[in-house]
Design a protein around this ligand. Structure first.
Ligand code: OGA
Ligand code: ZN
Ligand code: ZN
Length: 432
């Protein structure tokens, strides 16, 4: 809403068709269009204010918008950022706003379409938290059994709703488990392809985690595998880890360890702010050197342990003892304090780690750029050799799938219940 003080320059237009929602709109300060969805029942709907330049930029006519590619094709070489609305007209029957512009163009906008793009802060937060990316909920190790949701593999593979619930849980908590998967090495591929497609890395598409002689990766030993994120040495890290247990060790070890490193970062930020700052600012060299299938590789990526965006929200966590380079390209005086801060982070994480043991048929899926994972040491025997198949997905692919599912499931449910959307706080819908 604009402040009362703004000059109102054009007359209020009101449609008077009976039996319909009464719409009205006005031009405010030459630069804004205020749409008033008429009151429904006894409640009054809040006015929606749109910047005129944004409306012009988002004209839906065929010369400005290419509908089959759902893309803007407006000619931005001749776009006037000072474009003004000259006149408004409300079509109450079609529930549309029409605008005549100072650049001699005319545009129409459906009320529903406008409502879903409201600039109101609450609507925008709802869209960002529910549709763009679900808001994360951070958890302590002791809360694992409460937050870890379990889904049936066959249902996830065959029905949209369990698929959506699995991906939603993964996005919010960073971890979710599937059970009942067949003893088939292709399970991780089938799951990844149910979502989108596998993310290939130096170690291939599917990778087998088992104790191997002459292991090329520290994970391919039966030693304890300390908490870590996979591939911190990639700029474009695979971000979702899928680990399918085909054979679990009968020896006492082989348990999974999981920690929500966003929760550990929350604690550091609160309890040890200097350590937090240091871990968020110091670039660490992460590396991996070796060869796979006859191809040599030397991966390096420099990034802090705690990566933040401009708003101070976590974007990713990097942590690996084996995969931290001996090159450490920071000023000499930063080294000692960084080691102390990092040791504190590692200790907090270790103390918080939740331990459990997947069984054959379980598929553990988790956010590789948020959770730390590890494994306790184990002993293979001739008859029992632990066998895990892994693969990765990228968050881009997961979020995209989740949005498509949400649109599909929302449109199915609105088709069956035929309820109209609320004017002040619309939920994500196919018109998005
Ligand atoms: C890995 C890994 C976990 C396990 O291969 O990077 O974390 O349970 N494996 O073996
Ligand atoms: Zn147009
Ligand atoms: Zn790992």
């Amino acid at each position: 809403m604009l402040s009362q003080g703004l000059r109102r320059t054009a007359a209020l237009l009101t449609s008077r068709a009976l039996g319909r929602r009464q719409l009205s709109a006005r031009i405010v300060d030459e630069s804004y269009v205020e749409v008033q969805p008429a009151a429904r029942g006894s409640g009054s709907a809040a006015a929606l204010t749109f910047p005129a330049v944004w409306l012009r930029d988002n004209c839906r006519c065929p010369s400005c918008f290419h509908s089959s590619s759902q893309s803007r094709q407006l000619d931005w070489n001749h776009f006037d950022p000072n474009v003004r609305p000259l006149a408004l007209h409300m079509d109450n029957d079609k529930q549309q706003l029409h605008v005549r512009w100072s650049d001699e163009h005319e545009s129409s906008y459906a009320l529903d379409w406008l409502q879903h793009r409201s600039f109101d802060g609450r609507s925008q937060s709802k869209y960002l938290d529910e549709f763009y990316r679900p808001r994360t909920k951070h958890w302590a190790g002791a809360e694992f059994e409460r937050i870890a949701q379990r889904f049936n593999y066959d249902q996830v593979m065959s029905e949209d709703e369990p698929l959506q619930q699995w991906l939603q849980a993964l996005a919010v908590y960073g971890v979710a488990l599937l059970n009942g998967a067949p003893p088939d090495k292709a399970v991780v591929r089938h799951l990844a392809e149910r979502v989108g497609f596998i993310r290939r890395t130096t170690y291939g598409e599917e990778f087998i985690v088992q104790a191997k002689p002459g292991a090329k990766n520290y994970a391919y030993l039966s030693l304890p595998l300390p908490l870590h994120t996979d591939l911190p040495y990639y700029e474009y890290k695979p971000s979702v880890n899928i680990l399918h247990c085909l054979v679990q060790t009968q020896s006492p070890g082989g348990s999974n360890l999981l920690v929500d490193a966003f929760h550990i970062a929350d604690r550091l930020r609160r309890e040890h702010p200097d350590d937090f700052e240091r871990l968020a600012r110091t670039l660490v060299d992460w590396n991996d050197i070796g060869s796979e299938d006859g191809h040599e590789f030397h991966n390096i990526w420099r990034a802090p342990v705690i990566c933040l965006d401009a708003a101070g929200e976590y974007t990713r966590i990097n942590h690996s003892v084996p995969q931290r380079d001996s090159h450490f390209n920071v000023p000499l005086e930063q080294v000692l304090p960084w080691y102390r801060s990092y040791a504190r982070f590692v200790q907090l994480a270790r103390d918080d780690a939740y331990s459990f043991k997947t069984q054959p048929g379980d598929v553990l899926t988790f956010n590789n750029i948020r959770l730390l994972h590890g494994r306790t040491g184990y002993d293979d025997t001739e008859q029992n050799s632990r066998y895990i198949v892994g693969a990765y997905l990228d968050w881009d692919i997961v979020y995209s799938r989740l949005r498509v599912l949400k649109k599909r499931l929302t449109s199915n449910s609105t088709a069956t219940t035929s309820t109209s959307s609320s004017s002040s706080s619309p939920s994500p819908s196919p018109s998005i």
